[in-house]
Structures are given as C-alpha cells and as structure tokens.
Design a protein around this ligand. Structure first.
Ligand SMILES: *Cc1c(COP(=O)(O)O)cnc(C)c1O
Length: 302
C-alpha cells in the first residue's frame, strides 16, 4: 500500500512587501511544505528515488541516520510505514529514556526501530567500513545516508525545478535554499539553476565543497553562492531576532516558517535583498523545504 501520494505540483506564490518593491526583485515561494502531511518538503523529494531504488533491489528495510530532532528520520519513518518498509534509525547520542524528543516518539510510533550510538560512532556514518558493518548486521537493508542525501536524492530535487520552470515559464535567476547536508542545493545546481544557499549550521564553509562534489562538473551546472553567517549561533539554535522575523513573515504573508532552516534562509535572503545583492528584475525562488514538525511551540499561533 502506497500512501505516499503527494500534492503535486506544489504551489508557487509570488510575494511582495516594501523590501521587495524597493529592491525591484521578484520573489516567489515554492511551497514544498505542502507536499505531504508527514513527509514534507525536501525530504519527500529526496526520499522518492531512494525508496524506488530500495524496492527495485527487493529490500524490505530502510536504515538511515539522524539526531534526536531530525526531520529526515521523521520523514523516513513515515515514508517507510506508508510504503511497506520496516525502518531502522541510527540516532546520534545516548538513549534519552523518558525524555525522548517528540520527533523520536513519532518515529517509534511509525514502527521505526531506534539504535542509539555515541557521537564518535555517529561520525563514521559515511565511511565504507562502517556501512559494510551495518550491512552485515542488518542484511537485506537499504541504507540511506544522513538527510536522505544520496545520488538518488538529486533526481527528486531536480523534479522540483521542472515544476517551477513550468509554473514560471522560465528558469529563475536564483533559488534560495536552506542547507543542512547540502543535498537539496546540489539537486538544484545539477538541474542547471543558480543557488544562493544559507547554512543552517555554524562553521558551514565545508558545505561548499560537499555540495559541489555531489554535482557532476559540466557546463550546464548552476552557480553556487554559499552564505554561512546566518546560522544564529548554530544548528537548531535561535535568537529573539530570528523568532521576530518568523512572526513578522507569518503576519505579512500568511506563511509559517520554522526556526531551524527556512526562517534562517529567508532572514538571510531578506538581508541580502536589502543590501542590494540582487539586481532589479532578478527573479528568486525561495524553497519552503518544510520542517514544520519541528516548529518551536512559542511560534505556534493561529
Ligand atoms: C533537512 C532540511 C533542510 C536541509 O536540506 P539538505 O538537503 O540536507 O541541505 C532544509 N530545510 C528543511 C526544512 C529540512 O528539513
């Protein structure tokens, strides 16, 4: 039974306000947060071809990695349940016992089996030896890298750009993207479009090479500009200034952002627009990559 039916294409909304009008750019929001009730945003896009590959290999179990608040673990647990896979989550850090995050509780409720590993062991998640060990320990299992970011992810993300091209009638000058592992940014670059990426973590400079390494180097690859200073003290951290921006954005445009990824990205994008980074007439598509399951309680108001 496949209940992973998405709402496609997701809406593309043009938004406007004083900052936008003054700058002369056009700003659109690609509402991938509306793609599916539990497998939202870029996680749906990145999982799609991973799951197809897992099916075609005849595997019955998905295994992947994440922290206690990982949107990717959440999405994989739900996607696995909807499409008939068992799921295993390798979780960074000690078993929280009673103090389990709501993300991990949700994962367990979907049937995901959680294995807690030390931070040292978690660091090995991309090493061949470690992966081979996991394959021996969990036979007939399809291993999806952290964030869903694999070769199969890029194809799914490229489909998002095809939707945008159809909706706009042309390729936008830039996509604005929040980056965690950089898989989403890489998929857009490989479609040929340009990306301004905003690191959701502190010290995110490594993302530049990580992202470019995922994309085949050819003439049609888009240009990447990575901004690493809009992390607001680090991954999943935030300041009042960020929360105020998210509330203001919701009031002005009726669109809910969250504090881990999309709030930081749009804050950074507005800062660049105000500073004159873009030219008059530039068309920017900011992708709402979802993640609202992790919305801070104090931002939930309706
Ligand atoms: C996971 C996530 C990202 C980061 O995507 P990457 O492809 O890992 O860079 C961005 N936004 C949201 C809402 C996410 O959940």
């Amino acid at each position: 039974m496949d209940l992973l039916v998405p709402s496609l294409p997701t809406p593309l909304l043009e938004i406007s306000d004083e900052v936008i009008l003054k700058s002369g750019v056009r700003l659109f929001i690609k509402r991938d947060d509306l793609i599916h009730p539990t497998v939202s945003g870029n996680k749906w896009r990145k999982l799609k071809y991973n799951l197809k590959q897992a099916k075609s290999e005849g595997t019955t179990t998905l295994l992947t990695f994440g922290g206690a608040f990982s949107n990717h673990l959440y999405a994989t647990a739900a996607a696995g349940k909807y499409s008939g896979f068992q799921t295993i989550g390798i979780v960074r850090g000690e078993d929280p016992g009673e103090k389990k995050s709501s993300t991990l509780k949700f994962c367990e409720a979907q049937g995901m089996v959680l294995h807690y590993v030390s931070r040292e062991e978690y660091k090995l998640r991309n090493s061949d030896d470690y992966i081979n060990g996991l394959k021996r320990k969990f036979p007939n299992t399809f291993i999806i890298p952290e964030g869903g970011t694999s070769e199969f992810a890029l194809k799914g993300v490229e489909e998002m750009t095809e939707e945008v091209n159809q909706q706009l009638g042309f390729t936008p000058h830039y996509y604005a993207i929040a980056a965690g592992t950089g898989g989403t940014a890489a998929g857009i670059l490989s479609s040929g479009a340009n990306v301004v990426a905003f690191s959701a973590l502190k010290g995110g400079d490594f993302l530049e090479t990580d992202i470019l390494n995922m994309v085949e180097e050819n003439d049609s690859r888009g240009q990447l500009k990575l901004f690493t200073e809009y992390h607001f003290k680090g991954y999943a951290k935030y300041t009042q200034e960020l929360l105020d921006f998210i509330l203001m954005f919701k009031n002005n445009h009726g669109i809910q952002l969250e504090q881990v990824y999309t709030g930081k990205m749009l804050f950074g994008l507005y800062d660049l627009i105000e500073k004159g980074y873009f030219k008059t007439g530039d068309c920017i598509v900011a992708v709402h990559t979802g993640g609202l399951q992790g919305l801070l309680a104090e931002l939930k108001q309706d």
